[in-house]
Design a protein around this ligand. Sequence first.
Ligand code: DQA
Length: 182
Amino acid sequence: MKYFSCYWYNRKIFYIKETKVKIVVIQGPNLNMLGHREQNIYGPMKLEEIHGQMEAVAKQNGTEIEFFQTNLEGEIVDKIQECLGDADGIILNPAAYSHTSIAIRDAIAAVNLPTIEVHISNIYRREDFRAKSMTAAVSTGVISGFGPFGYHLAMISLLQILGEMEAMEVAQKKQEEESAKA
Ligand code: DQA
């Protein structure tokens, strides 16, 4: 069991979540090469190290976390679809597919789960073709240009969003109960 605190109409609401929050982290093509590929852009950190840090944050927050990396577009689509009914939120770096994939964009829209898009580099200060992300428009938010720390920012943002969603549900339920009594 995990306690969350949320601010809702300036009142602090504490509530208990019965089940653990689950986040799925999906990493697209060539991100398995982090630590080796273009270190001047992506830095020296390996993907396993980034995931290790995320795992530690998840543990601190009592959150379940799953990691998935693939170089294949269809496997990203499959994994996003699998999140429906299994996960509460997604952290996704579609990598090069961000700029091309309508299929991934449609999958994000289809599952309709809070989804944070992460880019290690600032895609807006690189080549022109990177400045357009097909997937960003259907994501809840985008974090770009903060290096591997962007994944940490994505985690705390996603946990905040999930907490607020849950608080909203609790507040709504309470309102319904009160109006049923009246
Ligand atoms: C990236 C940016 C993309 O343009 C690129 O194709 C990647 C990584 C990033 O994390 O900065 O592979 O998504």
